[in-house]
Write a protein that binds this ligand. Structure first.
Ligand code: NAP
Length: 521
């Protein structure tokens, strides 16, 4: 039997009871390691994190914690090779795709380290400026942000075992809030190794970082009203979490990042053969194939005007057809595996479902695999579907297939396109492709209430744009409606989730005696 990975709780490495759940190589099906959280004393683990971890973190100020973040980024950078090996083995990703998860995490931690360095040595932030409540400002209101004294519990999805932890942990730790990480079981190995390295290096105070690998039973019960919970995963699990009494009765603050039917929109001015048209084709193919489409931000729906429909289908399918699929250890392979056979079955079922409303143009189920047995490997090739009757393609607007699958849909006018995009029910990101700055600006604003991010690509930014699906710490990540309603990142705004906002109403004599606080910007 493979090694049972330990959990890190209450300052000790503890094995869960029983033989645990195996984590597998999605190419060979081989068992790699096991995880178990059975029998852990969760109330004690949470109390230890709150008291020891929170106390230790609050004994420092923002700038000191930012230094620890910088040390964390440096350490992870030094151990990158080991992380890449685990990602290849457990997530089935090619090197470029592992980089999105591993290097993306290191970059994000480094960015928060840089921002945090400017926040000074206190443990509270100003939120806006003083507003008068009486004549001559003799009595005023000043809002402040104070770090919560609870823990931040992170329940994460399988597709980003590295970035998914660190994009949340960086603002939490910078805020002075201890972290309890619960990675998705399927890919928990990478998270476990990273946390083990950081704990061994003694960068953070005892209790600042805890790790629970395996089932989630009892985690929400252990939360109290000072804690916060950030969840990334499916809409179904999100609904369970929202209904838990920790949330409904104890007012635990929750951030939810769920599934999303993201769009790419070719603007009417971008005729086939134009630069903007080519940029869309390239980006759609990249989004469908990076991490085998297992990105919450990946493009699922591609909107093009009826006149460009056939040309877009042809260009996207031709480019996708060159994607080599199979064992990520083979250097000729561009796209590796889905995370496991369960996801494989779910993607195949999803393609069947979409095919009821759209025709299959390129069928990845028939793809020839390199160095991988189709009966064992969790691989599926890029699959492109299409429908000229976008309004009637209900399933395409409602069902997220979490794999290398997208549908090209025709629209008649820009207004029509906006309405069709909105059928996704609220999404993380939409990208626009065109050359007319005014129509791009108008469209970007009109989509703003239904998206967390609008990514606008015109020829002059082609070489420098950060990518439709790349989540940059500088920009908001999250989305309304079915995307979960959450907000993460967006620079120092992210710190707001880990603080409580309070209004101090007082005279200037008292307010002037507050320490000099920075603004969270
Ligand atoms: P999932 O099945 O909902 O699992 C997510 C996490 O929740 C896992 O850690 C899982 O643990 C845990 N969990 C399961 N049942 C739970 C319960 N009753 N109480 C508390 N925790 C529970 O989602 P997934 O399949 O890992 O992730 C795929 C989905 O995540 C996709 O829909 C994707 O769009 C979405 N996603 C969104 C974002 C974003 O930022 N918006 C990013 C990445 C992925 P176990 O693994 O142990 O079951």
């Amino acid at each position: 039997m493979s090694e049972l990975l330990k959990n890190y709780v209450a300052g000790a490495w503890v094995a869960g009871q029983g033989s645990g759940t195996p984590l597998v190589d999605p190419i060979s099906g081989d068992e790699l390691v096991r995880v178990s959280s059975v029998g852990l004393d969760l109330p004690a683990a949470f109390a230890y994190a709150r008291e020891q971890g929170g106390g230790g973190l609050r004994a420092m100020g923002y700038a000191q914690r930012a230094e620890r973040l910088a040390a964390t980024a440096k350490l992870l950078q030094a151990n990158r090779d080991a992380y890449y090996e685990i990602a290849t083995a457990n997530s089935g990703t090619v090197k470029n795709d592992s980089a999105v998860d591993i290097d993306g995490a290191i970059y994000t931690i480094g960015q928060y380290a840089r921002w945090g360095a400017a926040l000074g040595s206190e443990n509270a932030l100003l939120d806006g400026s003083r507003v008068g409540l009486a004549k001559d400002n003799a009595f005023v209101s000043q809002h402040v942000l104070v770090p919560t004294r609870g823990v931040a519990l992170f329940i994460n999805a399988f597709n980003f075992p590295s970035w998914g932890l660190w994009e949340k942990a960086a603002p939490a730790l910078l805020s002075g809030v201890p972290v309890i990480a619960k990675p998705a079981t399927a890919t928990a190995w990478l998270t476990q190794r990273m946390v083990a390295d950081v704990v061994a290096a003694g960068i953070w105070p005892e209790g600042a970082l805890s790790l629970i690998c395996g089932g989630s039973a009892g985690l929400l019960d252990a939360l109290n009203s000072t804690d916060v919970l950030s969840f990334t995963g499916s809409a179904e699990t999100a609904a369970i979490i929202r209904g838990h009494r920790a949330v409904t009765q104890r007012s635990v603050r929750v951030n939810i990042e769920a599934d999303s039917l993201n769009s790419a929109i070719l603007m009417p001015d971008a005729a086939p053969g134009s630069e903007a048209f080519d940029l869309l084709v390239k980006e759609v193919v990249r989004e469908m194939t990076v991490k085998s489409g297992q990105k919450c931000t990946a493009i699922r729906r591609v909107f093009v005007q009826e006149t460009a429909f056939d040309a877009a289908l042809e260009a996207i399918a031709a480019r996708l057809g060159k994607t080599t699929v199979g064992n990520p250890r083979n250097e000729t392979v561009r796209m590796g595996a889905l995370v496991n056979r369960e996801q494989h079955a779910s993607v195949l079922a999803g393609i069947e479902m979409l095919a009821q409303d759209a025709r299959i143009v390129l069928d990845g189920r028939q793809a020839t695999l390199i160095d991988a047995d189709p009966a064992i490997a969790a691989c599926v090739g890029p699959t492109l579907l299409a429908s000229l009757d976008a309004a009637a393609a209900h399933r395409v607007h409602e069902h997220e297939v979490f794999g290398p699958v997208a549908t090209v849909l025709a629209y008649r006018s820009v207004v029509d396109a906006g309405e069709l995009v909105g059928r996704g029910g609220g999404s993380l990101v939409a990208s626009l492709y065109g050359a007319d700055a005014q129509s791009l600006a108008d469209m970007a604003l009109s989509l703003g209430d239904r998206h967390g991010r609008i990514h606008v690509i015109s020829p002059e930014v082609a070489a420098v744009q950060s990518g439709h699906g790349n989540v940059m710490p500088q920009s908001l990540h999250g989305g309304p409606g079915r995307a979960g309603g959450g907000e993460e990142l967006g620079g120092l705004r992210a710190l707001g989730f880990y603080h409580r906002r309070a209004a101090i109403q007082a005279g200037p004599a008292v307010l002037d005696r507050l320490p000099t606080l920075s603004s969270h910007g």
